[in-house]
Write a protein that binds this ligand. Structure first.
Ligand SMILES: Cc1ncc(COP(=O)(O)O)c(C=O)c1O
Length: 452
C-alpha cells in the first residue's frame, strides 16, 4: 500500500501521496526498491519506452558515443552521426519529407514546427499569417505558447491571462457525436465548423492547423471519424494553411504505422515527433519538414530561426539511430498493428462492466472511457477522480496505466490510456486486462456501496 505522505523533493508530483521508488527496468517491467515488479503499460509518461526498458545494446552505443562526442558547437560544426540520423528521419517520414532536426522535448518540437510554419509564410511574403487553429481537448505541450495552441482547459487554467491568441474548433469525438447524426453527417459538421472558423478568422491570417492523429493523453486514444482528416487537409490546401501533425505520442510505430497520420490517407506538411523516437534512453524530439516547407528557406538561403543548446546533438542522434535499428530488426511497427488489434479485442471484454462506455484505439495506443450510464453516456462527477483511483489501484496490483480526465468537456470525463511497449507479448496484454478487470470490480463494488 502506498502511504499518503509528502516526502518528495520535487515540486511537480501529486503532493497528497508518496511514490514508490523504481530502481531499474527490464523489458516491459519496472522494479521498485522492495523488488516489486510493475508492468509498464504506459511506457514511461505514455508511449516513450516503445522498445522496452534496460536494453544492453543501448548501454553499449551510449557509452561508445560518450567516449567520442556528446555535444557540438553547432554554430561551427556538423557530424556524420547527426547528418546520417536526420537523413534517416526523413526516410522514416512519408515521401516528400526532406529535412529534419532534433530538439529535446515534444513541447520544443511542436513550438519549432509552428515557428517553421510562420517562417515559411513570411519568406513567401505572406506576412499576415500567424494564427494556428487547433482543437479543444487536445494537448500540444506545456510551454505557455503550446498550452495556448492546445485546448486542455484544466492545464490552461492558471495561465488564462497569457492565452487566447489562437482559435479552437471541436475535437472529433465519434463516441459523443449527436445521436441523430450519422458518422458522415457528423464529419461534415466538423468540417463545416473548421471552414467557418477559417473564414471568420480571416484565411489570410491563418498560418497552420495542428492536430494529433489519434487524440491520446487528453481524451484516451480517440481516433478520427472516417475521412475527417482528408476533409481537413482539403480545406487547409484550399486556404493556403499548413498542416502540422503532432506525432509526439502517435509517431514511431505507436499506431501500427511509422506515423499516426499514415493511418488516415493524408500527408502533412510538417511533423513534430518525440517520446518513442528515443525509446526514453535520451531526451529527444524532432521536427521533420516536407520539401514544400523548406523550399522557401533554400530559395532565400535563410536559416530556420530555431536554435537550442542541445539541438542536433550527436548523443541524441546516436540513440535515435539505434532505436530505428531495433524497430526495423524487430519489426515493431508491424508488431504494434498486430498486437494492437489483439489488445483491443481483449479490452473489449471489459464492456461487461456497466461503467465501461467505450473501448477504442489504433495500434498499441488504446483507451477505455468510463461512464455512469452506458445509454446516456453521462460521465462521473470530476470530484470522484475515478480514473485516478483506478490508476492507483492498478499500481498496487502491479500495472502502470495512464489515467486521464476532462475528456468530455475539459473537466468531466474519465478515461484510461494504455500504451505498453511495442515489444509486449500476448500474455502480458492479458496481465494488463486482468488487473484492469480487478480494478473495475473494486470501483464498481465501492460505487454500489455508496449508492446504498
Ligand atoms: C501530443 C503531444 N504533444 C506534445 C507533447 C509534449 O511533449 P513533452 O512532454 O515531451 O514536452 C505531448 C506530451 O505528452 C503530447 O502528448
Amino acid at each position: 500500500m502506498i502511504k499518503p505522505l509528502i516526502h518528495s523533493m520535487a515540486v511537480c508530483p501529486d503532493m497528497t501521496r508518496s511514490y514508490q521508488k523504481i530502481t531499474h527496468g527490464k523489458g516491459v517491467y519496472l522494479y521498485d526498491t522492495n523488488g516489486k515488479r510493475y508492468l509498464d503499460a504506459s511506457s514511461g509518461s505514455s508511449s516513450v519506452s516503445n522498445i522496452g526498458h534496460g536494453r544492453e545494446e543501448m548501454v553499449e552505443i551510449m557509452a561508445d558515443q560518450v567516449s567520442k562526442i556528446t555535444v557540438l558547437p553547432t554554430h561551427a560544426f556538423n557530424s556524420d552521426v547527426v547528418e546520417g540520423y536526420l537523413q534517416r528521419l526523413t526516410e522514416f517520414a512519408p515521401e516528400g519529407f526532406t529535412k529534419a532536426w532534433t530538439v529535446m522535448s515534444g513541447t520544443e518540437a511542436v513550438e519549432n514546427a509552428i515557428k517553421l510554419a510562420l517562417q515559411y509564410h513570411q519568406l513567401r511574403g505572406d506576412n499576415a499569417r500567424f494564427k494556428i487553429i487547433s482543437r479543444w481537448n487536445t494537448y500540444h505541450g506545456n510551454s505557455v505558447f503550446t498550452l495556448d495552441v492546445g485546448g486542455m482547459k484544466m492545464r490552461r487554467g492558471l495561465y488564462e491571462q497569457w492565452l487566447h491568441n489562437f482559435p479552437h474548433i471541436s475535437s472529433a469525438y465519434s463516441y459523443r457525436k449527436p445521436a441523430d447524426l450519422s458518422e458522415e453527417e457528423y464529419t461534415q459538421t466538423l468540417l463545416e465548423e473548421f471552414e467557418n472558423t477559417v473564414i471568420r478568422t480571416g484565411p489570410e491570417t491563418v498560418a497552420a492547423f495542428i492536430a494529433e492523429p489519434v487524440i491520446a493523453a487528453a481524451m484516451g486514444a480517440v481516433p478520427p471519424p472516417k475521412n475527417y482528416f482528408k476533409g481537413i487537409k482539403y480545406i487547409c490546401e484550399k486556404y493556403g494553411i499548413l498542416y502540422i501533425s503532432d506525432e509526439i505520442l502517435s509517431g514511431f510505430g505507436r499506431t501500427g504505422e511509422n506515423f499516426g497520420i499514415n493511418n488516415f490517407g493524408i500527408v502533412p506538411d510538417i511533423i513534430a515527433a518525440g517520446k518513442g523516437i528515443s525509446g526514453g534512453y535520451f531526451p529527444l524530439s524532432a521536427v521533420i519538414a516536407s520539401e514544400k516547407v523548406v523550399q522557401p528557406l533554400i530559395d532565400t538561403k535563410s536559416a530556420f530561426l530555431g536554435g537550442h543548446t542541445f539541438a542536433c546533438n550527436p548523443m541524441g542522434a546516436r540513440v535515435g539511430n539505434q532505436v530505428l535499428d531495433i524497430m526495423e530488426r524487430e519489426q515493431l511497427v508491424a508488431r504494434s498493428k498486430y498486437m494492437g488489434k489483439l489488445f483491443k479485442q481483449k479490452l473489449e471484454s471489459l464492456y461487461e462492466f456497466d461503467i465501461v462506455g467505450d473501448v477504442r484505439g489504433v495500434g498499441l495506443q488504446c483507451g477505455v472511457e468510463l461512464v455512469q450510464d452506458k445509454v446516456t453516456k453521462a460521465p462521473f462527477p470530476p470530484e470522484m477522480k475515478l480514473s485516478k483511483q483506478i490508476g492507483y489501484k492498478a499500481i498496487e496490483k502491479g500495472v502502470v496505466l495512464y489515467p486521464g480526465s476532462g475528456s468530455v468537456d475539459g473537466k468531466a470525463g474519465d478515461h484510461i490510456l494504455i500504451t505498453p511497449p511495442l515489444t509486449i507479448k500476448e500474455e502480458q496484454l492479458d496481465e494488463i486486462v486482468d488487473v484492469m478487470r480487478d480494478c473495475l470490480i473494486e470501483v464498481t463494488v465501492a460505487s454500489k456501496k455508496l449508492a446504498i
